[in-house]
Design a protein around this ligand. Structure first.
Ligand SMILES: C[S@@+](CC[C@H](N)C(=O)[O-])C[C@H]1O[C@@H](n2cnc3c(N)ncnc32)[C@H](O)[C@@H]1O
Length: 122
């Protein structure tokens, strides 16, 4: 993932607009500074989503945006599975006191991609 990102984002890397940091959210140093956190096809692998979302909030500024995307993949993937997962993620965001929680769905190739968004409390 780091190698792919490095290849795609050469310009912002060269101009110091971007830092790529390999590691998990749990080991990311320094909390509290980000305007936004985005994850793609990650949350379904997280065992304790409550703890994960508390960490996301710690790394966000007040009113910072969290967006998490899920696109079902594989031979047995269905759009309904995507809707079910993203609905569960949106519920988790509400439970974690994110506000303005919303869901988006967009066709992306042959399978829709689903995104749950929430704003960290002020
Ligand atoms: C299926 S891959 C998705 C990769 C890429 N985002 C994509 O959509 O192609 C799942 C990714 O979740 C990452 N991941 C799982 N748990 C994580 C955590 N606690 N913190 C950060 N990344 C995590 C894994 O390292 C892996 O790169």
């Amino acid at each position: 993932m780091i190698e792919q990102a490095g290849n795609r984002l050469k310009k912002p890397l060269l101009t110091d607009r971007l830092t790529l940091w390999p590691g998990s959210l749990e080991t990311l140093p320094q909390g509290g500074g980000f305007d936004a956190v985005f994850s793609c096809n990650v949350l379904q692998f997280v065992d304790d989503r409550t703890a994960f979302l508390e960490l996301v909030k710690e790394h966000l500024k007040p009113d910072g945006l969290f967006a998490t995307t899920f696109q079902p993949r594989g031979f047995c993937a269905t759009a309904q599975a995507g809707r079910d997962w993203i609905g569960a993620f949106a519920e988790d965001l509400c439970q974690a006191n994110f506000v303005d929680v919303d869901i988006r769905e967009e066709v992306f190739g042959d399978m829709p991609a689903f995104c749950a968004l929430g704003t960290a409390p002020a």
